[in-house]
Write a protein that binds this ligand. Structure first.
Ligand code: TXA
Ligand code: MG
Length: 342
């Protein structure tokens, strides 16, 4: 299959809409990461997403809308809880996904057989225009091959999916750089399943205290059931082995182990002091920059070739830093060295 590289002009957005209406797959820009979109109400189109990404069928997809009214218009949920409405009012459009009891229009392929559905109203104008052009809600996971870092540019999507999907729309670099915050409102108490650009403090300022799912910070134990199936996989990983290093003596530690095949994923301030190849996480303490840089740097590590081991700085798991930590610890397959405990 030849993959069209489309631009974000009116004619190309219309073309993307037609492909989607006809059951095809299109890579689309959003403010978080690029999504691999299909008509959410067409089961065979949705099934093709899993095929193209090599995604396990038990991992449900997010349904993207371009208007809060789409939820009722398309019967996407069976209940739109009060707290979900309050969060929608405050944070949509934006990098927030809400899980609700699923409506009758949602095919089992989207919800992976669960009785809930994830809904997001992206803020990216091109994403909104494509959804409107398709005239249907779009199911879209991140547009990477399953397991690899999420794509934040159209070139990343092409790199992973060229020849496997009908088209990619280039809408520039993603603003946030990490996937949306996921919260469930289908449980008794609201619970954070995946941290992202909308922080715990922001959510709590609207609906009061929320729970944080165990899988956000810890590896699930063997046989433990994941509330968010995506969180159970090793994920976001470059081909090189990544080890997360906690503690202030990061540079000394890495320099003591320097060789040709070792690199550091570090703060800008560390670069001069390190004797290995460096990739940036952004400045120390600047969580939003770190979120923006992370996936791009993980991809650059693979592209630079010859690197087998990466020591990564461990960001403070607070605010947007919680999302950076959550992705990095998965990229590291939960391998952590704590310098204070050595
Ligand atoms: O920012 C984003 O959310 C991007 C862009 C494209 O919108 N999409 C994205 O999709 O990250 P994906 O498929 O890579 O991640 C969706 C996550 C997975 O961890 C999945 O398990 C979880 O959301 N999820 C989806 N539906 C769910 C449900 N009904 N219950 C629990 N978790 C769900
Ligand atoms: Mg993903």
């Amino acid at each position: 299959m030849h993959t069209l590289l489309l631009k974000d002009n009116e004619a190309d957005i219309k073309k993307a809409g037609e492909i989607l209406r006809n059951g095809g797959l299109v890579g689309i820009p959003t403010e978080t990461v690029y999504g691999l979109a299909a008509d959410a109400l067409n089961p065979s189109a949705v099934a093709a997403i899993f095929e193209a990404k090599g995604r396990p069928m038990d991992n449900p997809l997010i349904v993207h809308i371009a208007d809060i009214g789409d939820i009722e218009r398309f019967s996407l949920v069976s209940e739109f809880p009060e707290k979900a409405r309050a969060l929608a009012e405050k944070f949509w459009s934006g990098p927030l996904t809400m899980i609700m009891p699923k409506g009758k229009a949602i095919p089992d392929e989207v919800s992976a057989g669960l009785d809930t559905v994830a809904i997001r109203f992206p803020e990216h104008k091109v994403a909104q225009a494509i959804i409107r052009a398709a005239k249907t809600p779009l199911a879209a996971p991140s547009a990477n091959l399953s397991g690899s870092p999420s794509p934040t540019t159209a070139a990343h999507v092409m790199n992973d999916l060229n020849g496997r999907i009908e088209a990619v729309v280039d809408g520039g670099e993603c603003r946030v750089g990490l996937e949306s915050t996921v919260i469930t409102l289908a449980a008794e108490k609201p619970r954070l399943l995946r941290p992202g650009g909308i922080t715990v403090a922001q959510l709590e300022s609207v609906i009061g205290e929320i729970d944080i799912d165990d899988a956000v910070l810890h590896r699930l134990k063997d046989g433990e059931k994941a509330a968010s199936p995506g969180m159970k996989y090793k994920h976001y990983a470059p081909k090189a082995r990544v080890i997360l290093v906690k503690g202030e003596d990061f540079c000394e530690f890495v320099n003591g182990r320097a060789d040709e095949e070792t690199a550091a994923l570090c703060y800008d301030e560390d670069k001069e002091r390190l004797r290995v190849k460096t990739f940036t996480l952004g400045k120390n303490g600047e969580s939003e920059t770190q979120a923006h840089e992370l996936f791009n740097s993980l991809r650059e590590i693979d592209e630079s070739g010859g690197i087998r081991l990466v020591y990564a700085r461990c960001p403070k798991p607070e605010g947007v830093g919680l999302a950076v930590y959550n992705r990095l610890i998965r990229a590291a397959g939960f391998e952590v060295i704590d310098l204070e405990k050595l």
